[in-house]
Design a protein around this ligand. Sequence first.
Ligand SMILES: Cc1ncc(C[n+]2csc(CCOP(=O)(O)OP(=O)(O)O)c2C)c(N)n1
Ligand SMILES: [Mg+2]
Length: 593
Amino acid sequence: MARMRAVDAAAAVLRKEGISTLFGVPGAAINPLYSALQADGGFRHILARHVEGASHMAEGYARAQPGNIGVCLGTSGPAGTDMLTGLYSASGDSIPILCVTGQAPRAQLHQESFQAVDIESIAKPVTKWAVTVREPALVPRVFQQAFHIMRSGRPGPVLIDLPFDVQMGEIEFDPDTYEPLPVYKPAATHAQAAKAVAMLNHAQRPVIVSGGGVFNADAADKLRAFAELTGVPVIPTLMGWGVIPDDHPLMAGMVGLQTSHRYGNATLLESDFVLGIGNRWANRHTGSIDVYTKGRTFVHIDIEPTQIGRVFGPDYGIVSDAGAALDLMIEAARELKAAGLLRDRGEWAEQCRARKSAASMQRKTHFDAVPIKPQRVYEEMNAAFGRDVRYVSTIGLSQIAAAQFLHVYQARHWINAGQAGPLGWTVPAALGVRAADPEAEIVAISGDYDFQFMLEELAVGAQFKLPYMHILVNNAYLGLIRQSQRGFDMDYCVQLSFENINAPHTKGYGVDHVAVAEGLGCKAIRVEEPGQIRPAIEQARAWMKEYQVPVLVECILERVTNISMGAEIDKVGEFEELAANAADAPTAVALLD
Ligand SMILES: Cc1ncc(C[n+]2csc(CCOP(=O)(O)OP(=O)(O)O)c2C)c(N)n1
Ligand SMILES: [Mg+2]
């Protein structure tokens, strides 16, 4: 056996659990752990400029690849509270991140000492487990349990808070024989899978709603195989977008109040049966439950028992890992097929395809106006980026329009903070994705406010050579809130425009984003006309290659463009022109070939 400091044992457990990259901000109370990291010598530590940034980098890192766990580190007091937004976002989207904070020595916890805050209590509602470790010998076991919890069932974040004297305590620990704990993942039974498939087979117009849980189970291929075997159209949720390529004949479109396709909503409304898998019936997907469920039968499969019936009671529920359920459902469908009992879905699938390719179902994107209309930016992006691009976005009209107009072809290639939608997430999350994936083309999309929220993190990209392309659509507005204020007949506290005394060329749009990005060590280019977008993207690619830093492509938009949305999936308002013909929407996915 070996005697060591508790923090050295913690570092050893991190290594044994497969962690090599960490995002963080040191401080006096977490210095012991940092000393263990330095002694180990094998970790890559990326120094954030804001502790919240570290938490979103960890999220981006975790979302990028199956099995990844993002780790973020901070000191006592405000570091933990800064990371709460990352914990909330990770918990909402079922993302495993480990947040480790330093803490005042145990004897001071009740004394209102400097930066001694009860982060264990504060973090509880936004984690699967939050714990202040009160005994040095517990440290490696708490880390071991944390990994077990993050990976088991519905994945999610854990916070471990380490008092200074607990970190420094000497303990016995044997890293050589340490093993990660087995992971708990409930699986459907044959009978359950057979019943779900029988219900689906019985329906006239079935669809599959596929959520982020399918990615967590690394089961996108199985979902696609099941859809192809049964011929049933697929509606990905925003968190599940990419489960089947956008141009796949069975990709029926997304459904929702905002991030949806006209044909997706129309197909769901036409359906009589929905098989939901690894999804949670988010309210911006469903709208009111009455409209969403009326006349339809529902099967819901989720790994977390308490998700089934949380929003509405399905006709049938199964507690299962998505991959395990799909294996058995594929088997059940094959058996039906062998017996000649599997229904042919050709006609229904063809109706869904016809909706997807009807010009009347497309929104117009081909505008030549200056300032640029946002729709045109996404059209140019569709033309510029191939099937392997990985998009990162968060919230705002910018993100809503991105989901309506862009195309995604692979699992985990649309990386979005779905439930929490925290402004500022995009820059650090994109850096985390890059840290996890050194090869892919990574493109982030932000509105000007999301970008301004946490743009200091660009310096992290410059320092640690984490190149990615950031498309910034600048309307000098809190655009989504401006649009939602129409209901109150106001335009109040939502302007980002001002005369910048140092940058008259910004023409009243306010912040000179190009100058800021350059000041932080990145490259940047401003675009004011549609024809300049593609060359700017080419320039950005060349700079990323040459300098290995983030590159900003700022598109100056018209100030006011309302983006399609509504209060119900059968009442999504259109504020702009629909396509009259293919030339109006030249990159609409069903019209591409
Ligand atoms: C931390 C936080 N505060 C407030 C909001 C509410 N909010 C959602 S979108 C938005 C405005 C976004 O503006 P911008 O990033 O410029 O995007 P746009 O809608 O203009 O495209 C605000 C304030 C939020 N999502 N997160
Ligand atoms: Mg804006």
